[in-house]
Ligand binder design. Structure first.
Ligand code: MTE
Length: 377
């Protein structure tokens, strides 16, 4: 089922509200709140079609009436704004192709298990986002010299375990990132108006950062002089320092770590002996992808480092988007193989062999491994 806007279906008792429905192609992890990922084989394109794009909600999809929806911008500014959908649409807009990955993606690779949504590797996708640069709004409002951070708040709210009061989903950006020409208040995704699941009528898009900052169902932008201490900024999307001093501050999750995924073949594929082209995607928020390497067997010693072979990088649609890659291999002998891919970005970062453990299980970018079997006939 597509998640693009359709006529609202009558709501049957026990059936999810139309706004909560999820496309059938997605692997659903939870329905309330909706968390659904893309099977890896369906990530095999430069742009991820809307109905294949993963969904990560913390609460129920809020009811947002386009006719009365307003986006308020206030705080450390000279001229607070209060915009309707039409007023937002009249402002200069641009399109940006960007990969969005949830910070919890690949959490299932973390051992011992870290608490949080147990994503496999499919909480990632690439779309063409269209909207008004946040900078346009900030420049109209005129930030004061005291402005440091920009807090983005969505219309969704609810309770989180261990937190007394009801919360709204909110995240902050440093002013510099908020002023980046590619940080958008997006209203369209791959040419269509945003669907309810993806944040209609307007959401933030923060290219190069993990998805938690791309706040959906945006209603409030608050420019502040002090660091934002909201739940998601200080408790959820953070690296928690290990060790005896539990008072040391957490470190916010921000930029995407370098990562690659194998999109074909997928785990458990059975193939006859032959020549194949292994395919995948790779991205980094720290710099362009320099190269991707693939191995079909584990190196048993340092001398076997050469077992990594260079993949060919395909089109590069945008500095913020993943690159597709492919790598021809000869699988001439029957047996069990583990395909492993790793990416290296221009800043010299690469993927660790094993997931780097952290309390929240965030920003996991270890080498992707896929087991396949080659049969004799
Ligand atoms: N914005 C709001 N208002 N509420 C949310 O639950 N989830 C965030 C972000 N923005 C969220 C949100 C997270 S963690 C991610 S990874 C992305 O939205 C997912 O966006 P998508 O569901 O469109 O893929």
């Amino acid at each position: 089922m597509a998640d693009s806007p359709t006529a609202p279906a009558p709501h049957r008792a026990g059936a999810p509200a139309a706004s909560e429905e999820l496309p059938e192609v997605l692997d659903v992890i939870s329905r309330m709140p909706a968390c659904a990922e893309t099977p890896l084989g369906a990530l095999d394109s430069a742009i991820t079609p809307n109905e294949r794009f993963f969904v990560r909600n913390h609460f129920a999809v809020p009811t947002v009436d386009r006719a009365t929806w307003r986006l308020a911008l206030s705080g450390e500014v000279r001229r607070p704004l209060d915009l309707s959908v039409e007023a937002l649409r009249e402002l200069p807009s641009r399109t940006v192709i960007a990969t969005m990955e949830c910070a919890g993606n690949s959490r299932r690779a973390v051992y011992p298990p870290a608490e949080g949504v147990q994503w496999n590797h499919g909480a990632v996708g690439t779309a063409e986002w269209e909207g008004v640069p946040l900078r346009e709004l900030l420049e109209r409002a005129g930030p004061l010299a005291s402005a440091r951070e920009v807090v983005l708040e969505g219309a969704d709210r609810g309770r989180e375990p261990g937190v007394e009061a009801e919360l709204a989903y909110a995240m902050s950006l440093p002013l510099e990132k908020a002023m980046d020409a590619d940080t958008l208040i997006a209203t369209r995704m791959n040419g269509d108006p945003l669907s309810a699941q993806h944040g209609a009528p307007a959401r933030a898009i923060v290219p190069g950062w993990y998805g938690m900052a791309s706040v959906k169902w945006l209603t409030r932008i608050q420019v502040s002089s002090a660091p934002f201490l909201g739940h998601y900024r200080t408790k959820s999307y953070v690296f928690v320092p290990e060790g005896p001093d539990s008072s040391s501050p957490t470190v916010p999750v921000t930029r995407l770590r370098v990562k690659s995924l194998i999109t074909w073949p997928t785990e458990g594929t059975l193939l006859p002996r032959g020549s194949y082209t292994i395919r995948g995607v790779a991205w980094s928020g720290e710099g362009p992808i320099e190269r991707v390497e693939l191995t079909t067997r584990a190196a048993r010693s340092d001398r076997e480092r050469g077992a990594w072979i260079a993949a060919r990088l395909l089109e590069n649609t945008s500095p913020h988007a993943w690159v597709r890659w492919e790598c021809p291999v000869e699988l001439r002998a029957a047996g069990h193989y583990v395909l492993r891919s790793r990416a290296i970005d221009r800043a010299g970062h690469t993927q660790p062999a094993q997931a780097l453990w952290n309390f929240r299980g965030v920003a996991t970018n270890s080498v992707h491994a896929v087991r396949i079997t080659v049969r004799a006939t």
